[in-house]
Design a protein around this ligand. Structure first.
Ligand code: X90
Length: 276
């Protein structure tokens, strides 16, 4: 059976060694300049450019056609998208699924609305790979990922919510709090896939401590953790080390966010997906 995994670029994944895989890129737009969130994107260069750019900027999700292209000629496609509450990705993927299945009645596309983004999407993809490797068939694997996914969460710590507010993704009043120098808004992806601020922390050290405390409150007990950071490797590593103090067996990886997450999480932002 020929199975392919398709995500959008908010997952921060560029490839999956040994597994047929595609990422449909979102785009960041500043005037007539377009940054395509693919492997060729110079993320640090984009972040630097946007810091100096004072006009309006925005993002755009991939089209149904982009998803169709990503499905390629796979018999079965496992697809995960960023929350449908903040982006058109899920919608585009569902339109592509309809078209694909109509054109090829013997093929199947499963689309998971992550109600989240970044590292929580990574956890879903990794679980799907484990299921396929353990011999589950496609439908079983999709079903098990759905169950597994219910016991995963996303927490974030952001120093600025400017781009989120300016693009209508969070309430401007919430964004104002984060705009105060040195304040990080710590929050989570809500059950309906929106940003849910939980606390305001002064300084990175406190926000990392708060993320660790919140994950425990949310039922974390030593499972997998994925941390993506925007130009903040030190912060990601500090969070990892703090988690390991209490849960030395935890399996944790840290990595740099790609374009879309960097655009919205902004400089120093941290996102953490974990099993609870
Ligand atoms: O379609 C588009 O143009 C993309 C819009 C994406 C908007 C949200 C991106 C959020 C990125 C910020 C912190 C974590 C948020 C949790 C989401 C439920 C990262």
């Amino acid at each position: 059976m020929n199975v392919k995994i398709v995500v959008d670029s908010s997952s921060d994944l560029l490839e999956l060694p040994g597994v047929p895989f595609s990422s449909a890129p979102l785009k960041m737009i500043a005037g007539d300049k377009e940054f395509v969130d693919d492997a060729a994107l110079d993320v640090a260069g984009m972040v630097g450019f946007l810091k100096r750019y004072t006009d309006r900027t925005g993002t755009a999700c991939p089209s149904a056609g982009d998803f169709l292209e990503a499905f390629d000629e796979a018999e079965n496609v496992f697809c995960v998208t960023i929350t449908s509450n903040l982006s058109g990705c899920y919608n585009a993927a569902m339109v592509a699924k309809e078209e694909y299945e109509t054109a090829h009645p013997d093929r199947k596309v499963f689309v998971l609305d992550s109600l989240s983004t970044g590292p929580q999407m990574v956890l879903a993809v990794e679980e799907f790979v484990r299921q396929m490797q353990s011999g589950a068939d496609f439908d079983q694997a999709c079903q098990r990922v759905r169950e597994y996914y219910q016991n995963t969460r996303l927490l974030f710590a952001l120093g600025s919510l400017n781009n989120l507010a300016r693009n209508g993704r969070v309430n401007p009043a919430v964004a104002k709090v984060a705009g105060v120098l040195g304040i990080r808004v710590v929050g989570r992806a809500s059950d309906v896939g929106t940003l849910e601020p939980l606390s305001k922390c002064r300084g990175e050290k406190r926000s990392i401590q708060e993320m660790r405390n919140l994950m425990e409150k949310l039922g974390y007990h030593g499972g997998r953790v994925r941390i993506s950071h925007c130009q903040n490797e030190a912060g990601a590593n500090a969070l990892r080390d703090l988690i390991l103090e209490t849960w030395p067996q935890a399996e944790i990886t840290c990595y740099m966010a790609r374009g879309l997450v960097s655009y919205y999480a902004e400089d120093q932002g941290l996102l953490m997906g974990f099993e609870n």
